[in-house]
Design a binder for this molecule. Structure first.
Ligand SMILES: Nc1ncnc2c1ncn2[C@@H]1O[C@H](COP(=O)(O)OP(=O)(O)O)[C@@H](O)[C@H]1O
Ligand SMILES: [Mg+2]
Length: 330
């Protein structure tokens, strides 16, 4: 029998989103095909990059060549499965490191990861390619602005968001100009850059897209119905939202969402599985893209696993498809 491909599965990360990475890790570990691959889980933390063996020995990664030494044997990897939400697994940093070492990985490349981690740069590139996005302003901590002037340049209501954040932390919906100052303060608390974006009314859809055998495939998509004013942190992680997979929509709308999603995947030269958030505006009859998540959540209850099941695939088949796609880059 030929040797199984050796896969490093990365979890953790340096941001608050590490907590969510560990939840994703449970699903990935339960479903990754151990008959097909030899898998080493590595916890990427600020205090080190750690692997713990079956008998409880913890050993650090040699960052010179991304290798481990386990029971006296050196282990190198054929591909990396990136399961880190937030920095450094979703923003291009680890991608750049693996590119330098020539080790293939399952996510978008360094440039796409860095670009899509910046919400404003994402919508700017999308707009240039004819994808509908909301009008917005990009603010920087080093250039303070008058909140009332910000409010006057866009049509209210607007969303005020940390530009690089995730999980809706530090985000507000502003209905009145006088609430802008507080919203900006809250967002700048999380990030040096803030995006102020016009509210798009409509139904919210989020869609997983991946590539297998070189072909771009969309997953059956989800409608998100928030019980809060928008899909905020509580709505996302504390059950205050309803997610309907597959969304119940007219085929003509579904086709517009799928084709916009495929187009986004192509324009951004994505790789692996990404999840793209859209608002479908009925008046315009068009989906508007909000953002691209290049390392979408994989916990049991997360949206991508729901969509994979709705497609009739097992998660095992799905993760194998992602790993095989990365191995083919070798
Ligand atoms: N321009 C907008 N119009 C309407 N709803 C929005 C807009 N921007 C954000 N939202 C709402 O806020 C949620 C979170 O925003 P998003 O940009 O996806 O950031 P996050 O990284 O926190 O998921 C969305 O899922 C949506 O419910
Ligand atoms: Mg989102």
């Amino acid at each position: 029998m030929s040797k199984k491909p050796v896969i490093a599965f990365l979890t953790g990360g340096y941001s608050g989103e590490a907590e969510i990475s560990y939840k994703s890790a449970i699903t990935i570990e339960n479903n990754i095909d151990k008959d097909k691959y030899e898998v080493y889980k590595i916890d990427i933390r600020k205090d080190g990059w750690w692997h713990t063996t079956g008998d409880g020995q913890t050993t650090g990664v040699d960052r010179n060549d991304f290798s481990l030494t386990v029971a006296g044997n050196k282990v190198t990897f054929d591909a990396v499965l990136i399961g880190i939400h937030g920095t450094p697994g979703e923003d291009g940093k680890l991608q750049g490191y693996f590119d330098m070492l020539g080790i293939p990985y399952t996510s978008c490349d360094a440039a796409t990861s860095a670009l899509t981690f910046n919400k404003r740069y994402t919508v700017a590139v999308a707009a240039f390619s004819g994808i509908n996005v909301a009008r917005s302003l990009h603010l920087f901590r080093h250039t303070p602005v008058d909140p009332l002037q910000v409010a006057s340049q866009l049509q209210l209501p607007v969303f005020v968001k940390p530009n690089n954040g995730g999980s809706s932390i530090g985000m507000s919906k502003v209905n009145k100009a006088e609430d802008m100052a507080e919203a900006l303060r809250k967002a700048f608390n999380e990030d040096d850059q803030v995006l102020v974006e016009e509210f798009i009314s409509g139904r919210e859809f989020t869609i997983g897209v991946f590539k297998t055998g070189g072909k771009i495939m969309t997953l059956p998509f989800t409608e998100v119905i928030s019980k809060k004013e928008f899909f905020d942190f509580e709505a996302k992680y504390q059950g205050l939202s309803e997610e309907i997979t597959p969304a119940v929509v007219d085929e003509s709308i579904a086709e517009k969402v799928r084709s916009a999603a495929k187009r986004v995947y192509e324009v951004f030269n994505c790789r692996g599985v990404v999840r793209i958030d859209f608002i479908y505006n009925e008046a315009k009859g068009e989906p508007y893209m909000l953002e691209i998540n290049t390392v979408p959540g994989q916990s049991e209850a997360s949206i991508v696993p729901q969509q994979v099941r709705a497609m009739g695939w097992t998660l095992k088949d799905f993760y194998s498809a992602l790993i095989d796609e990365a191995l083919a880059l070798k």
